[in-house]
Design a protein around this ligand. Structure first.
Ligand code: MTE
Length: 322
């Protein structure tokens, strides 16, 4: 498998503007257009899902893969803030208001503060990356994400040498996320990566799927995508990113530490205590009822991305650090 890895571009920290600063929108748009940067739809209001994203660069990532249909990707979800059933997010996530959206950048970095999502994403070229995604429940989907490499974004905040990990948090707002009012997971949903995992060129901050603005049920307006890890690492609707010194908490690790570790790298050799991880059933959205009986395929170590990421874990016992 030949995959080209883009050298992360150096983006000047001066491009970060505190939210409080007055933004000359016209000049900003002109500068963004001139630099070929991302153009998120500049439409006010929450109903953005379905809008085409402009100026998305196609990449060779996953070009040989057959992506699942938009209907499959948006109808079978895990997003406990909207219920625990697979169809609950599609039915209930209309209450989420993804615009305007602020993200707080905190911790060990020279630049911290609250930034509008536009300021975080817009200086970067939006890319389409078609990734194989593996859920810990032993199903998988190929998803054409639109996003920007997380590492390129993080570098603009100048993390210091104390930044050993990156911690992420989802919104807490029971009005927008009604199931946060019922017993279930502790809120906010939290996740974390080691800094080298966060900086790896495969790791994305995703803002869309199939060329369209991220549907609410998939984690609008912005979520994490780490294709060599189980799907639950892909925290949705992120409102806070912190550079931290110690390994941060991760929701499923808090819930069931014997079942879900911090690393959560896809590993067919390490069974979940209650089921095997050796095989997976691919959900494509094609074939209707026949898809339910699709033959199961072998799961690959690091979800097939070992060539790119195995070096991150050299010398670590992957049976222990699961
Ligand atoms: N993020 C939040 N905030 N809340 C969640 O319940 N579920 C996780 C992850 N991110 C979850 C979340 C799990 S278990 C999975 S498998 C993926 O999101 C599912 O992403 P998808 O619905 O886009 O396939």
């Amino acid at each position: 498998m030949l995959i080209r890895i883009k050298k992360p571009s150096d983006v000047k920290s001066s491009e970060i503007t505190p939210k409080e600063a007055v933004l000359n929108r016209r000049a900003f748009m002109a500068a963004a257009a001139a630099s070929g940067a991302a153009l998120l739809p500049a439409i006010a209001g929450p109903a953005l899902a379905g809008t085409r994203l402009e100026n998305v660069k196609k990449t060779p990532w996953g070009e040989a893969e057959m992506p699942a249909t938009l209907d499959a990707i948006t109808s079978h979800n895990n997003f406990y803030e909207f219920g625990t059933g697979k169809t609950d997010p599609k039915a209930n996530a209309h209450t989420l208001k993804p615009k305007p959206w602020a993200i707080e950048i905190a911790g060990h970095a020279e630049k911290t503060g609250s930034f509008d999502l536009d300021q975080i994403i817009r200086p970067h070229q939006l890319e389409e990356r078609i990734y194989r995604m593996r859920c810990v429940e032993a199903w998988s989907m190929v998803i054409p994400w639109v996003g920007v490499p997380l590492g390129d974004v993080l570098k603009r905040f100048n993390p210091t040498s104390k930044a050993k990990f990156v911690a992420f948090e989802t919104l807490v707002d029971v009005k927008q996320m009604p199931a946060q009012g019922s017993p279930g997971l502790p809120w906010p949903y939290v996740e974390g990566l080691r800094i080298d995992e966060a900086m790896h060129p495969l790791t994305l901050l995703a803002v869309g799927i199939h060329g369209e603005v991220m549907p609410n049920q998939n984690g609008a307006p912005v979520r994490l995508v780490v294709p060599w890890k189980y799907g639950f690492k892909g925290i949705k609707s992120i409102v806070k990113i912190s550079f931290v010194e110690k390994q941060p908490l991760a929701t499923w690790n808090i819930q069931a530490p014997g079942e879900y570790g911090f690393y959560s790298n896809v590993n067919p050799n390490r069974s979940h205590p209650r089921w095997s991880q050796a095989k997976e059933r691919r959900i494509t959205g094609e074939g209707g009822i026949k898809a339910l009986f699709a033959p199961r395929a072998e799961t690959l170590i690091h979800n097939g991305y070992a060539e790119e990421v195995a070096s991150l874990y050299q010398g670590m016992d992957l049976m222990k650090y699961y």
